[in-house]
Design a protein around this ligand. Structure first.
Ligand SMILES: Cc1cc2nc3c(=O)[nH]c(=O)nc-3n(C[C@H](O)[C@H](O)[C@H](O)COP(=O)(O)OP(=O)(O)OC[C@H]3O[C@@H](n4cnc5c(N)ncnc54)[C@H](O)[C@@H]3O)c2cc1C
Length: 149
């Protein structure tokens, strides 16, 4: 290979690589930016969301619908809710949170998240979501993505 061909090949390879990186960055920038992405829309996630939306933060809640007490008929020891079906408590909390305009709910399992220079991107249900901060509670029996340590 002549020197000139070698340089041309190198430049073409570099340009292709740069274009890929640029495409990726542009794609990430085109996604809406949430202030907080909450992984898990049960009691803890909804309680956190309520405080955030009251402070006018843009919040995305991703929920896989596997609330751990979903098999229990009644809940006890929760002041004001004693004897209520746990699903009814969660549904009421969800309705209260979704009444605020800056919240978005998506039924999806968050499978992966990667850090970006300005926050992170979460992959869930075939889509990608961009956020400044993640929120999840440490869970023993549920499947939170490993990035949230
Ligand atoms: C049988 C049973 C009975 C109970 N009875 C009572 C009672 O009477 N009184 C009481 O105070 N407590 C009770 N508890 C405990 C109570 O259920 C828990 O304390 C409570 O559910 C914890 O709420 P949480 O929001 O932290 O998590 P969870 O309720 O477990 O919710 C976690 C949510 O996050 C979602 N999630 C997890 N991983 C992901 C992911 N990667 N992407 C998207 N979403 C995800 C799950 O699908 C789920 O919706 C009971 C528990 C059980 C199992």
């Amino acid at each position: 290979m002549k020197r000139r061909e070698f340089i041309a090949l190198g430049a073409a390879t570099l340009a292709t690589g740069c274009a890929g990186v640029a495409r990726r960055i542009n794609h990430e920038r085109s996604l809406a930016m949430y202030d907080v992405i909450i992984i898990g829309g049960s009691y803890a996630g909804l309680a956190a969301a309520l405080q955030l939306v009251r402070a006018r933060r843009r919040v995305l809640i991703l929920d896989a619908g596997q609330r751990r007490n979903r098999f229990a008929a009644h809940s006890h020891g929760f002041l004001g809710q004693d004897g209520q079906p746990p699903g009814a408590i969660a549904a009421k909390g969800k309705a209260e949170v979704l009444a605020y305009p800056t919240v978005t709910w998506k039924d999806a399992l968050a499978a992966e998240a990667v850090r970006t220079p300005d926050g992170f991107v979460v992959r869930a249900g075939g889509d990608e979501f961009r956020g400044k901060r993640p929120f999840s509670r440490p869970a023993s029996s549920t499947s939170f993505p490993p990035f949230l340590a």
